[in-house]
Design a protein around this ligand. Structure first.
Ligand code: CA
Length: 231
């Protein structure tokens, strides 16, 4: 279960230690030393999860968590707070601000990796390896295989990620910028109509079994996957 993780931690030694452990667990880590740098990195690409130190120079971890929760673009990113504080009151404040979990330093690398996995499973199902299925369409992230009515569907890597994201977030409408953020991971250098191109390819690949109807265009808004046939 590889995830892109943004680590916000001002102490170089801890940053390095956590980074090394997460890389060993198969994650891709980008690190920032303060909240402002973290916001700059977030403008370029959205991570699957933010590991956020509470005590940072300048903007505090709590303030950064609050900002991420206020912005539509970053609202859904899971946040795990890291802190040396173990006070119950701090924990409550951290969780109220929108953190998904809270780890008190010092912690074991094994605990950190396990907590990350648990939060990812809960908050971003597309970054776990659990198979997803709807109306006979099945996607298995582990084997990277998609079948429709038992037949293997051949998809390019982008169509695969796009379908995975849609299937793990069914019925909701996703705008093109949201899909670029979630599927491409970088909304700056890709044009929005790129999404349309890949949606078209995805539908084409699903035509043989009639599953292309699951991928619906919501005019003026974006796309969704749904088992409800549109009128
Ligand atoms: Ca710190």
């Amino acid at each position: 279960m590889a995830a892109n993780i943004l680590l916000v931690e001002d102490e170089p030694a801890i940053q390095e230690l956590i980074g090394a452990n997460l890389s060993r667990a198969g994650h891709h880590v980008v690190a920032a030393g303060d909240g402002e740098s973290a916001l700059r990195l977030l403008r370029d690409a959205l991570p699957d999860l933010v590991l956020l130190d509470w005590m940072l120079p300048g903007m505090s971890g709590i303030e950064l968590a609050r900002r991420l929760r206020q912005d539509d673009r970053t609202r859904a990113i899971p946040i795990i707070m890291l802190t040396a504080r173990g006070e119950e009151q701090d924990k409550v404040q951290g969780l109220e601000t929108g953190a998904d979990d809270y780890i008190t330093k010092p912690f074991s690398p094994r605990e950190l990796v396990a907590r990350i996995k648990a939060v990812l499973r809960r908050r971003s199902p597309q970054s776990t390896e659990d198979p997803v299925e709807m109306s006979g369409l099945r996607l298995d992230p582990l084997t990277h295989r998609v079948t429709a009515a038992g037949r293997v569907v051949s998809l390019g890597p982008t169509e695969f990620r796009l379908l995975h994201f849609l299937m793990t977030h069914p019925e909701r409408v996703h705008s093109r910028p949201q899909l670029l953020d979630q599927v491409w991971g970088d909304h700056v250098f890709v044009e929005e109509r790129t999404v349309d191109v890949h949606i078209r390819r995805l539908r084409y690949a699903l035509e043989a079994t009639g599953h292309q109807h699951l991928i619906q265009t919501v005019r003026g808004s974006g796309y969704r996957i749904s088992t409800q046939i549109e009128a």
